[in-house]
Design a protein around this ligand. Sequence first.
Ligand code: FES
Ligand SMILES: [Fe+2]
Length: 402
Amino acid sequence: MHAVPPLEQDTIDASPTHAASSKAAHTPDQAANDAPVRDLRRVGIHPDYWYPLAWSHEVKRGKTHGVTFAGDPIVLARTESGKVFALEDRCAHRQVPLHQGVVDGESIRCGYHGWTYDCSGKCIDVPYLGRERLPNGVRSYPCREVDGLIFVFPGDAAMAEVRPLPTLGSVSDKKYKTRRFGRPVNCHYSFMHENLMDMNHQFLHRRQMGQMRARSLGRRRGEGWVEVDYTFARMAGQQPIGEAIVFGQSRKSGGDNDKDVMTIRTEYPYQTLQIRTSEQTLVMDLWIVYVPLDREQRINRTFGLLSIRKPGIPGALNLAWPLLVWFTERIFKEDREIVEAEQRAHDSQGADWNHEVFPVINELRALLRESGAPDRVVGAGTGDTEIIRFWDSRHGNPLAKT
Ligand code: FES
Ligand SMILES: [Fe+2]
C-alpha cells in the first residue's frame, strides 16, 4: 500500500515582497536561482495524454465531425457499424478538410475527388487511379469512446499504449446521477485549474451561495498531482437550494455545518472535486478537463461530469435536477467571466503578473508548468529553424525578455 503524504498546512504568504504593489513585484515567477521561468500562461498542454474532443452524441452514425486540439484539425468519424476513429482533418490530395467529406462504410471519402481513407489513415481508393498506384494517406490518432466521451491521444501514438485513460469519477456508478456540461471558455487552461482549486474565491459567488467561508485543511503533492482539502462554514444567509440538493440536508447559518470535506485535485491534465460527509459518504464527484482548441491555447473547451449521489427517496433527485442545473450554470457563468477577465489582463500586460499568496495554488502552478509541453521546434532543415512557442505570432518572442 502506498503511504499517503501528510497534509501540509497552507499558510498564506503575504510578506512585503509578495504584497508590494510596485511594478518590480509584478514579474513572472522566479526560480530559486532567480532565473526567469516559463510564463505559465504560455505553456502548451502536453499532448501525450488522452483528451476528450467530443461528446459521443456529437458524432452521429455515418457522419464526420471536425474538431481541433491546440490548433491541430482532427476529424472524428462514426462508421456505419458505429465505430469511431480520428484522422488528421485534411485530404492528402488538395488539403481540404476531410470533415467536409462523407462516411462510406467504414471509411471517409473526401468530398472533392473522392480519395478514401480507412480508420488507420491509409488511402484505400482513388476513384480514377488503379489500386496499385495509391498515394500516401494521412495521420491517424488513437481514439477510444468511454462513457459518452470520445477520447483522442494527440501526442506520440506509442505513448497511448502505456498512458491509461482517466477514471471518470462516479459516472458509471448507479448510485449517482451525472450531469454532463461544458462549453468553450476564452482563456488558457491554467486559469481554469487555478479557479477550481482556489476556494478562497467564494466571494465571487456570494449572490448564489450566500456568505461561505472556506478553510483549507492542508495540501498534498505527489508525482503529477496536487490536492487540497477544504471545509466550509456558512457565515450568514440561507443555504441555496442547489447546495441542499447536493447534500440532501439543511445546513443553517452558524450551526455545526463544517464537517463535510471537499477535496480538489489536479492530476495532470485532469481535475476532480469531491465532497464527502463526516460519514465518508461521497455525495458529489466532479471530473473535469480543459482542452485547448486554438494554437495559442487561449480558448479551452471544458468537458465536465458532475455526479451527485442519489438520495434515499427514489426520484427526488430527478425532480430537483432542473434546479441543480440552473444553480451550477450560474456558478459556471461567474467563473467563466472572471477567468476570461484574467486572460484579458494577461494579454494586455504581456506577462504573468500574478502574485499568488496561497501555497497550494503555487504548487499547482509549478505542477502545470513542469507537466506542460516542451517548446516546439519547427522549420528544422528549411534554413529558418527557430524555436517557436505557440504564442509567438501575437505576443513576440519571450526568449528576448530579460
Ligand atoms: S482534395 Fe480530397 S480527393 Fe482531391
Ligand atoms: Fe468558482
